[in-house]
Design a protein around this ligand. Structure first.
Ligand SMILES: CC(C)(COP(=O)(O)OP(=O)(O)OC[C@H]1O[C@@H](n2cnc3c(N)ncnc32)[C@H](O)[C@@H]1OP(=O)(O)O)[C@@H](O)C(=O)NCCC(=O)NCCS
Length: 204
């Protein structure tokens, strides 16, 4: 559907279930994600996937992330926009990779760049924002790589391991995104491939 330098984004498929369920109870991956505080059953993962297979409404959009090196386009994580506010033109980004073996390889930055391009080019948004806990350095860097900057912090908003931590709010504005594309074009996802004409060999 959309391809970057390392990863692509596609729609959810029923066969993604085992790969999604494999990571949702992995504390190394879900520790910052509030939905996974309690153990998730396969039935809950099925119910989640069902909402992605049959989306209703226009306030959120989700994509599966896959690596371009994998011709079968297996699920390695997902990214999406939620709380899409059509009146004011903003939406909240979320991202998560489904395997520790995928972390720190540039996949998150690339998927975030693709989703940002989709949000501005396709959905015509004015701003994309997100929440990230201050000590999630990998997350912060991935978002900075995609052009986000810190707007502010909700002090002592979260509690982990007996300590309180600030929650950072980061965002990128439409103008910043297009200015950045001009300034650092190599940071942009490659342009979409042109459509191939069908039946051109027969001169149709
Ligand atoms: C957040 C997430 C999507 C980022 O994706 P990613 O593929 O791991 O990130 P990338 O490899 O694209 O980039 C991360 C950058 O942070 C660096 N990094 C990663 N972990 C780090 C750490 N603990 N300390 C310092 N730097 C770190 C990487 O080296 C890379 O740096 P670079 O751009 O200078 O090369 C992914 O880590 C993830 O899914 N984490 C678990 C769920 C989660 O935290 N979701 C986000 C909630 S807000």
């Amino acid at each position: 559907m959309y391809q970057g330098r390392l990863v692509g984004l596609r729609e959810f498929k029923a066969e993604d279930l085992p790969r999604i369920h494999k990571w949702v109870n992995d504390e190394r991956l879900n520790k910052y994600l509030s939905f996974a505080t309690f153990p998730r059953t396969v039935e809950q993962t099925k119910a989640f996937l069902e909402t992605r297979l049959r989306p209703t409404g226009r306030s959120e959009v989700d994509f599966v992330v896959y690596t371009l090196s994998d011709r079968t386009q297996r699920y390695i994580g997902s990214v999406g926009l939620k709380n899409i506010d059509w009146l004011h033109g903003h939406a909240e980004l979320h991202a998560g990779l489904g395997g520790v073996e995928y972390l720190g390889k540039g996949y998150g930055s690339d998927a975030t760049r693709l989703l940002v391009r989709y949000g501005f080019d396709r959905l015509n948004l004015n701003k994309i924002w997100l929440q990230v806990i201050e000590f999630n350095i990998g997350g912060r860097k991935a978002y900075e790589n995609a052009g986000f900057r810190v707007d502010g912090r909700l002090r002592a908003h979260l509690r982990y391991g007996g300590k309180t931590h600030d929650l950072l709010i980061m965002s990128i504005l439409r103008d910043e995104y297009y200015a950045r594309l001009e300034a650092v074009p190599e940071q942009a996802p490659p342009p979409a491939k042109p459509l191939r004409r069908s039946g051109s060999k027969r001169g149709a």
